[in-house]
Design a protein around this ligand. Structure first.
Ligand SMILES: C[S@@+](CC[C@H](N)C(=O)[O-])C[C@H]1O[C@@H](n2cnc3c(N)ncnc32)[C@H](O)[C@@H]1O
Length: 235
């Protein structure tokens, strides 16, 4: 199956705003000292209702080499894995710096690319075994998941046959998944803040549709856990 075009208009038809770096939220200091205890340790479980054991096993099950990590944050999950060659793609500089330093310390060969994951990736077609996109889709601007499709078409393009795209994302208020009162408050606050979340319209059903529109029918799994969706797609 050939890779579909990136430039598909969203069903809503309105232009998608460009992504922008967020150096204050994703600063080196935050990533080194606060991100793991606050976001991974606390928010995953108590705000979004997703067990970290599921995220860890998503990486363990799907990662191969070479690997592409989109929006690596502080490389918390990645650095526990064994593949040794990785391309990191992030629109903000510090996630690339922090992740690069952590992975190089463990003898990974790292290539960094500072750009939006929705722009074309500087990688050859069919050149990597896996692409991870953990907790990134909910950050991308758009009214719905169709607006975030360019990330998925790029992943499809660079994956080898039998390679895997996998990841997780927080669902928006348009999804019926139950969410705690705290989760709803945090999600509303992030969506009302500049350049933090943009996931009001994101649903698990639409995530499945978008992934299948790129990877093909029967090649996609989407599981809802708490207010998140965990996904895998086979090239
Ligand atoms: C919530 S963090 C997730 C970090 C990590 N993947 C994890 O699961 O802990 C979101 C990451 O996506 C990056 N990001 C946000 N928008 C992006 C875009 N348009 N293109 C590439 N990276 C982006 C952020 O800089 C940050 O590193």
């Amino acid at each position: 199956m050939s890779a579909p075009e990136d430039e598909q208009p969203s069903p809503a038809g309105s232009p998608v705003p460009d992504s922008r770096p967020n150096p204050s939220v994703y600063s080196s200091r935050v990533l080194k000292y606060l991100y793991t205890p606050l976001i991974i340790g606390f928010s995953h479980r108590w705000v979004w209702g997703v067990p970290n054991s599921e995220l860890r096993s998503l990486y363990r099950t799907n990662i191969g080499a070479p690997h592409v990590e989109v929006g690596p944050g502080n490389a918390h999950w990645l650095r526990k894995q064994s593949p040794r060659q990785v391309h990191l793609i992030d629109i903000t500089r510090d996630p690339l710096r922090v992740s690069n330093a952590r992975l190089e310390k463990r003898d990974w060969q790292v290539f960094t690319h500072q750009q939006s994951a929705t722009d074309p990736w500087p990688l050859e077609d069919a050149s990597v075994q896996s692409v991870g996109a953990g907790m990134v889709l909910h950050c991308l601007p758009g009214e719905n998941l169709f607006d975030k499709r360019p990330l998925i078409t790029q992943a499809h393009r660079v994956l080898k046959e039998d390679g895997r795209l996998f990841g997780a994302t927080v669902l928006g208020e348009a999804d019926p998944a139950p969410i705690s009162r705290l989760g709803k408050r945090v999600r509303d606050t992030y969506n009302n803040s500049d350049n933090v979340f943009s996931n009001r319209g994101d649903t698990a059903e639409e995530l499945h549709q978008v992934l299948e529109s790129v990877f093909g029918t029967g090649r996609v799994t989407v599981r809802v856990l708490g207010a998140t969706a965990l996904f895998q797609a086979l090239r």
